[in-house]
Design a binder for this molecule. Structure first.
Ligand code: UGA
Length: 446
């Protein structure tokens, strides 16, 4: 069975590389010729643990190839995964332009029976409209063959994309077509042997599962973040609250880590889109809407908190702030919708000079944050970043920060304030001796 993957972002590239490692011949297609050339040479466009090895392994074994030709992929593949982006439009709804481009290419070049599998996160109803479109095209062309469509949402996390793909939490297959289901069962036979749970349902439900899962996780984070703000005022400790809640397995301890707000290319976009789908269908999703608003509040509160400690008369003029970590989470170079951007913008707006260091996100930030150029100095290391600063703001919980030499770092600084927005050092035995330390979700002054 030959597999084609349309789109070489996180989802497409990792999925293609993993399927090729199972021995399937996989061709990945992208319209970006430069990216395809680099991929063909085994160079990954993203930082993702273990991905480089998987790519070179597939290329050397001859099971993984790359092309810019949609025609080639459509004609040579039995199963075509759509894994292009569905970014948010100005009104928050999902932009399906890239999905439609792929759909048109499949309709144009299809030369026999195919299964089209939608991996991209797509608003409810998209799978069915793709199936209807392709049916219509084949009828007009008077073709004797069918194209079947299945929804198969992806649940991998950035930073853990390869390990999540090798052992997924579940496989959701949304189709009413037995042949499509059978083809996917063949592709995922290895997961069946691993006893990964499979859920078969209709396309609309599969599409909704993806939005529901991401939105629920976002709601959990916003819930714990709001309680963290309250905990600081009433003398409670959010980490212990989360532990105490999480010991109830109906709640689970996961995604209860208070912080500066969630970010990334998924939660913000998918939660907005779900709210929009609700409104389009006459259902106001109050809970999701509130979680989105609480996330914006959280980022603003972080700026207030830092200013509250450092500023005189509300102004941070004359203060230098060292920001550790820019990516929206550790083990990725992705800075899309990272809380660091909003928080740094807020600090700069109040007059602070910002120095920043991130183990992987610097290149992306320098390229994308043109509005902050001049206001942010990018540094070589966390030590370099902290030198002569009044305060450190730890934005992302990269493991390497835990190993930094805090004694020499504090000596190199002008001030000694440490805002730990991820509670990475909350249990460090000497952090409160070395620094004027502020965690998230507990009153450090008590
Ligand atoms: C998320 C989902 O977790 C994946 O299951 C899904 O497949 C993916 O979106 C997607 O739709 O493609 P991802 O965006 O890679 O994955 O990252 P997460 O690990 O979910 O973290 C998202 C944000 O929440 C980060 O900014 C992280 O720092 C924040 N977070 C997470 C918290 O603030 N607290 C927590 O307890 C957990």
């Amino acid at each position: 069975m030959k597999i084609g993957i349309m789109g070489t972002g996180y989802v497409g590239l990792v999925h293609g590389a993993v399927l090729s490692s199972y021995g399937f011949p996989v061709t990945c297609m992208d319209v970006d010729a430069e990216k395809i050339d680099r991929l063909a040479a085994g160079i990954s466009p993203i930082y993702e643990p273990d991905l480089d090895e998987l790519l070179t392994g597939g290329i050397e074994a001859g099971t993984l190839s790359f092309t810019t030709s949609a025609e080639e992929v459509v004609q040579s593949s039995d199963v075509i995964f759509i894994a292009v982006g569905t970014p948010a439009m100005d009104d928050g709804s999902a932009n399906l332009t890239y999905v439609h481009e792929v759909m048109h290419a499949i309709g144009k070049y299809a030369n026999g029976y195919k299964v089209v599998v939608c991996k991209s996160t797509m608003p409810v109803g998209t799978n069915r409209s793709i199936a209807n479109y392709l049916d219509g095209v084949l009828k007009t062309r008077n073709e004797p063959f069918r194209i079947d469509v299945a929804s198969n949402p992806e649940f991998l996390r950035q930073g853990k994309a390869v390990s999540d793909s090798l052992s997924p939490s579940r496989i959701v297959i949304g189709t009413e077509n037995e042949e499509a289901k059978r083809m996917l069962q063949t592709i995922y036979a290895g997961y069946m042997r691993q006893h990964v749970p499979f859920l078969y349902t209709n396309p609309e439900t599969a599409e909704m599962i993806k939005y529901a899962a991401n939105s629920f996780l976002g709601v959990k984070i916003s819930f714990v973040n709001e309680l963290a703000l309250l905990s600081e005022k009433v003398g409670a400790n959010i980490q212990d609250i989360a532990t105490g809640m999480g010991l109830d397995d109906r709640i689970s301890p996961h995604f209860l880590q208070a912080g500066p707000g969630y970010g990334g290319s998924c939660f913000p976009k998918d939660m907005q889109a779900l709210v929009g789908v609700g409104q389009k269908n006459g259902e106001e999703l109050y809970v999701v809407r509130a979680a989105v608003a609480a996330n914006e509040k959280q980022k603003a509160k972080m700026v207030d908190k830092i200013s509250g400690v450092l500023a005189s008369n509300g102004s941070l003029r004359g203060k230098t702030i060292a920001v550790w970590g820019l990516s929206f989470k550790p083990e990725t170079d992705d800075i899309r919708f990272a809380p660091s951007y909003d928080i740094i913008s807020g600090l700069v707006a109040r007059g602070a000079a910002v120095k920043a260091y991130c183990p992987q996100g610097m290149k992306q930030a320098e390229r994308a944050w043109t509005d902050l150029s001049g206001a942010v100095a990018f540094c070589e290391s966390e030590e370099d970043c902290a030198r002569n600063a009044d305060a450190i703001v730890l934005m992302t919980e990269w493991k390497q920060f835990k190993a930094s030499g805090l004694d020499s770092i504090v000596k190199s600084m002008r001030g000694n304030v440490f805002f730990d927005l991820r509670n990475l050092f909350a249990d460090h035995p000497r952090i409160r001796l070395l620094f004027d330390y502020y965690s998230v979700g507990s009153d450090e002054r008590r």
